[in-house]
Design a protein around this ligand. Sequence first.
Ligand code: WTA
Length: 684
Amino acid sequence: MASCDDQVFNPPENVSKKAHCSSMEQYKEMHARSIKYPEAFWGDIAKEFYFDQPVPGKFLDYNFDVSKGPVYVKWLEGGRTNICYNCLDKHVLAGKGDQIAFYWEGNDPADTDSVTFSELLSDVCRVGNYLQSHGVNKGDTVAIYMPMIKELVVAMLAVARIGAVHNIVFGGYSSDSLAERMLDSSASVLICADGVWRANKLVHLKEIADEALSLCRQRGLDVRLSLVVQHMARVTHPPSLHDAINGHPAKKTHFDDKLNYKVSWNSSVDVWWEEAVSSASDQCPVVWVDAEDPLFILYTSGSTGKPKGVLHTVGGYMLYSATTFKYSFDYHPGDVYFCTADIGWITGHSYVTYGPLLNGATSVLFEGVPTYPHTGRFWEIIQKYKVSKFYTAPTAIRTLMKFGDDPVKKYDLSSLTVLGTVGEPINPEAWLWYHRVVGGGNAAVVDTFWQTETGGHVITPLPGATPTKPGSACFPFFGISVCLLDESGEEVLGEGEGYLVFRQPWPGMMRTIYKNHQRFQTTYFQKFPGYYCTGDGARRDKDGYIWVTGRIDDMLNVSGHLLSTAQVESALLEVEQVAEAAVVARPHPVKGECLHCFVTLKEGGKFTDALVTDMKNKVRGKIGPFAQPDYLQLAPGLPKTRSGKIMRRVLRKIAVGDRDFGDISTLADPSVVEILFQHRPANA
Ligand code: WTA
């Protein structure tokens, strides 16, 4: 890695020329002010937003130090606002109602649509009215399980408009995961869609939602309304569907003879979205809320296996998602912005919906995948809409790199000026390809480090100011005071490596784990009192650049999706024959990391292909298809210490075929290491 420390790319001149932050001097000055005078810094920014009632007292109040009492963070408390108003009404009132808010690109390139700010506002009002008339009040949680369609944005903004709280569950999650999240957040209303094509695979969202609702009912949560968008009737089916129907009548189950998609219907809870909104009024007064009222809960993996309901509040999140969007992508009116993340993840919350809309931006909302119907799909979209700012994940870049430069070069990508990445460390090779081939060497690459918990970018280059190094997220955003700590909590000054922590609060940070403040304190503040602990490790190089090295807890990052080892292990343990399981991350050329599972079977159990399939299906079913293990290895025993703790570092070595196990003398039975090493699976 050391050689990358010296490879520097200066900000492109055309970007710097008109950038909001156009030099390192300006960045340093603004950053210093944001740290020293956070209230003044964010106070100025707050003036750009509409507050129905200004902040009456303290702009910031907090305690970061558990040893002094409960941890809390409050920004703009007592100020009254509404994020939906700031996303929509504000722009419509300013005469921007006819501007496109979203161009929609379906899974099939033939399916396209667009929506203006005023159309979005009318739709949001209709849904807001409908929800209110069905008993959704301020503070209630509404679960959302939808594909990347305009109605997803409408749903979340409608919930925010009426002061309710959204809990969006990524449409790739299984019914178990959806139910678990609905139960934990007590969501008694669900908004979903009938189904969606992902490439030529059909995801039966309504069927999964139905299973989740029945699980919720079994466990005592009575979901009283399920609002269903009829999406399948308006999209183009992939050619393979026609083949499937002709060739395999068995596959017809979800379609009638005219290729109409069929769903089961429970008329006591199910309501078609289209019918619900058609009669609702398009005027819906805003419910003004306190800046510290909850805006959303979004679940993220936790190292115990139980997902954490990360709670964000209205005011601080609004300021932070908007400001990071403006500076990290150097947004200007006239830009066309395209973020490929699903709204079901935090990146979609902050940088598909809120950040862009708060800035009045025009974006592309994309339903499909990068490789369907061809491997140039992203580039085709960029050319079509003249996208100037593009934001995707390293795993997508690596997937597309495999096809070489030709699919990119077919398209005119000269509109691009900023290229962002997020989700996992980006390897310099992928960074350089992104810069050279996609950006033609003329665009700024911004590697944005952040988390569900941080609400927005916390370490990132600024396109017009920061000389970048491939693979480094560079420097802290405004308001972020970065610090590296060693195991004993001492600060690592200058060059060195340590735990990545932050010294003081920023407006967009999470406020708690829903219904579990204790876990919030233990997870983020216990290890190093006085600091927010990210759970990532990082290195500072001789020039002060930050290089995030990855998770230092039992978390895995598969294609930018965080998973905990415990979560996967408990899924495997549900397979009848499995006695014990230990899961570690193993490097993967496209996904970044993949899962390598060591499995011990019960007496008499046989490690057959059928069992392997069962285990894979169990993980897919309990968590979601993206969590499917790549490697499953039979383990006659697991390397455990005498106190019974599995030594994962040894398993990680075995997984990659590295004999450098370190000290294994504390193992109860060191011989098991060699056995596992000898029998490790070849490449999957
Ligand atoms: C990892 C996604 C290196 C990191 C926004 C973090 C990154 C976790 C980067 C959060 C990056 C995200 N460089 N690592 N640019 N971005 N990560 O909550 O381990 O899904 O803690 O939020 O992803 O994942 P989450």
